[in-house]
Design a protein around this ligand. Structure first.
Ligand code: DMJ
Length: 609
């Protein structure tokens, strides 16, 4: 009785991926090869013919077999193996070895040529599909997990934070990592949504998959609840779009579209300047309860996300509404490119004499001028003009040197008097990274000099404290600044350039400084920035790590800080992500030539226009 015969069929599933099915049929004779003329040959005949061959003929056949085997060994992995450059993606089409023969007529008998041709037709269709997908794949960054021990440490920190959140607050916005209690703000599972792209970048497949499952099954935008338009845009919409671009999973885009449509009522003000609050379930929007005004940084820090939503969905309504806001603000009078921090959605005008700052409520207006210009392939000139004017305004009016050591810092112009106030929020430490990004894209050298100097001052705001962590706000001594010394007599020192008031001494473990370190590292390759980041990371481990994650601190000025019992979603989304990127040997792990990073550290693709 002969061996069972196999018949291999190549079919194509709905994705045009090759599916080989092997049909087993009982064998009735001993034929195992088919000759050119279709005759069957038995084992004995083969052996007899082999014995008749001369030694030379046998050597030639052995040689040919060896060459054939060598070709197989070299070609198989190149052509057919899964390159594993991504994770589970459509592009990883694995072709069975059997198909290899069917693709190449030279390896098939003439009787099988029609089958070969048929298979080749199907496979060339498949190949076209594969090459299209490979092109898409090339646009996606590829992450294979930590490659340095510092990165490995950050991954462990992320896992610790994720575990605490998962065990105590899963599906809620935040965990209180000391008490293990929950905290809700918008009831959108903020920590999950905001941080799964960090897990993806770190190669944490388990955490990524459980977060993605929650997004798919639990994340809904139908609740009758007011949310902050800006925060939900940068944290949730931004994250959904990044996950869509990283993975190609349409689920993320569907959620993003749904959310985008529900956020649109914010733009339905008389001026088109967005209201601060939106009720996603009811489809209504309104100003904050305490004011008629919206915050300037908030209304001008949604454009990257809304533009990307339009580009991804091919629905222009989102980009049009958000771009109109930038155009309106462009047309408003400003103080040397600098903007007051409040704007009226009814009139479309700034609140006159409101504070001017690069810190809270002003910061990301400046950031998004540059990043929108980059996102649109440097094609929208007014964005660059406004950015250049603003940086010049910062240099002239807000950039000062401290006493006695002449450290560069960025102060504020106070509400009402517009008097200079030598106070700098930690938030301002995003600016060195943005300035360096501009310089890397052709802007003047002095932008880079300012970036380097300011980054050093930001570093000193950490180094000045026993915890090696920075406070929320730092005050600076100015030359002959009698008033500031008197005002804060208990806390200021004539010999120290900077000091921290008790009321400003808390830390939310914000990302801005390590964000700028990463920009500078990618742009310059200088590993000193990695060492600075490592110092900060060690402080986080020493002072902020608690049982269920990492906690905000009440006072960085003391060796034993009191805990604030809150883990912000941006700690996972931004702080740990930037540290991980900073510690990579490959400084282009997320390439700034291909991506703009939104204000919550979510990467969005750069377009040609
Ligand atoms: C984040 O939510 C964003 O970076 C925002 O633009 C500013 N504040 C926090 C982090 O500090």
């Amino acid at each position: 009785m002969g061996e069972p015969n196999t018949e291999t069929q190549i079919n194509f599933d709905e994705n045009q991926a090759a599916v080989t099915t092997t049909k087993w049929t009982p064998q009735t004779d001993t034929a195992i090869f088919i000759t050119d003329n279709g005759q069957s040959i038995t084992h004995r005949k083969i052996i007899r013919r082999w014995n008749r061959l001369s030694r030379l003929q046998r050597s030639i056949i052995y040689g040919l077999l060896i060459v054939f085997a060598a070709i197989l060994v070299f070609l198989y992995p190149t052509i057919f193996s899964n390159t594993m450059r991504g994770n589970t993606r459509k592009t990883n089409v694995k072709l069975p070895l059997g198909l290899f023969f069917k693709l190449r007529p030279e390896y098939a008998s003439s009787n099988n040529l029609s089958l070969v041709n048929e298979a080749n037709l199907k496979v060339s269709a498949l190949r076209n599909k594969v090459s299209v997908n490979l092109e898409e794949n090339e646009k996606r960054p590829l992450f294979s997990g930590p490659s340095t021990w510092r990165q490995y440490a950050v991954v462990q920190s992320f896992k610790h934070a994720w575990k605490g959140y998962k065990e105590h607050a899963w599906g809620h916005d935040n965990v209180k990592p000391v008490s293990g209690m929950i905290s809700d703000w918008f009831s959108l599972g903020l920590t999950i949504v905001d941080s799964i792209d960090t897990a993806y970048i770190m190669g944490l497949h388990e955490e990524y998959e459980e977060g993605k499952k929650w997004v798919k099954e639990e994340l809904v935008f139908t609740k009758n609840k007011d949310v902050n338009f800006f925060e939900v845009t940068i944290r949730v919409l931004g994250a959904l779009l990044t996950n869509y671009h990283f993975t190609g999973d349409e689920m993320f885009l569907d959620k993003a579209r749904d959310l985008g449509e529900r956020l649109m009522p914010a733009f339905h003000s008389p001026s088109g300047i967005p209201y601060s609050d939106v009720n996603l379930g009811m489809g209504t929007a309104h100003p904050p309860e305490w004011s008629h005004y919206s915050t300037t940084a908030e209304v001008s820090t949604v454009q990257l996300e809304f533009r990307e939503l339009s580009r991804a969905t091919k629905d222009p309504q989102f980009e049009m509404a958000a771009s109109a806001v930038s155009e309106k603000i462009h047309a408003l009078p400003k103080k040397h490119g600098l903007v007051p921090i409040f704007i009226n959605p009814n009139t479309g005008h700034f609140l006159p004499h409101a504070t001017i700052t690069i810190g809270a409520r002003g910061d990301s207006y400046y950031e998004y001028l540059l990043k929108q210009w980059l996102q649109t392939g440097k094609t929208i000139n007014y964005l660059l003009e406004d950015y250049m004017a603003a940086v010049e305004g910062i240099r002239q009016f807000l950039a000062k040197r401290s006493s006695p050591n002449k450290y560069l810092f960025i102060g504020e112009l106070s509400a009402g008097s517009e008097a200079f106030n030598p106070k700098m929020d930690h938030l301002v430490c995003f600016l060195p990274g943005t300035l360096a990004l501009g310089h890397a894209n052709g802007l003047p050298d002095w932008h880079m000099t300012m970036a380097e100097e300011l980054l050093y001052t930001c570093y000193l705001t950490y180094a000045a404290h026993p915890t090696f962590l920075a406070p929320e706000i730092t005050h600076f001594n100015m030359p002959n600044d009698k008033e500031s010394s008197d005002l804060y007599d208990n806390e200021a020192s004539a010999t120290n350039d900077m000091y921290t008031k008790i009321a400003d001494s808390h830390s939310l473990l914000r990302p801005e400084f390590v964000e700028s370190l990463w920009y500078m590292y990618q742009i310059t390759g200088n590993v000193t920035y990695q060492d600075w980041g490592w110092q900060i990371y060690q402080s986080l481990e020493k002072y902020a790590k608690v049982t269920n994650g990492y906690t905000s601190l009440a006072n960085v000025k003391v060796e034993r800080p009191v805990y604030k019992d809150m883990m912000e979603s941006f700690f996972l989304s931004e702080t740990l992500k930037y540290l991980y990127l900073l510690f990579s040997e490959d400084r282009y792990l997320i390439d700034l030539n291909k991506y703009v990073i939104n204000s919550e550290a979510h990467a969005l693709p750069i377009h040609r226009n």
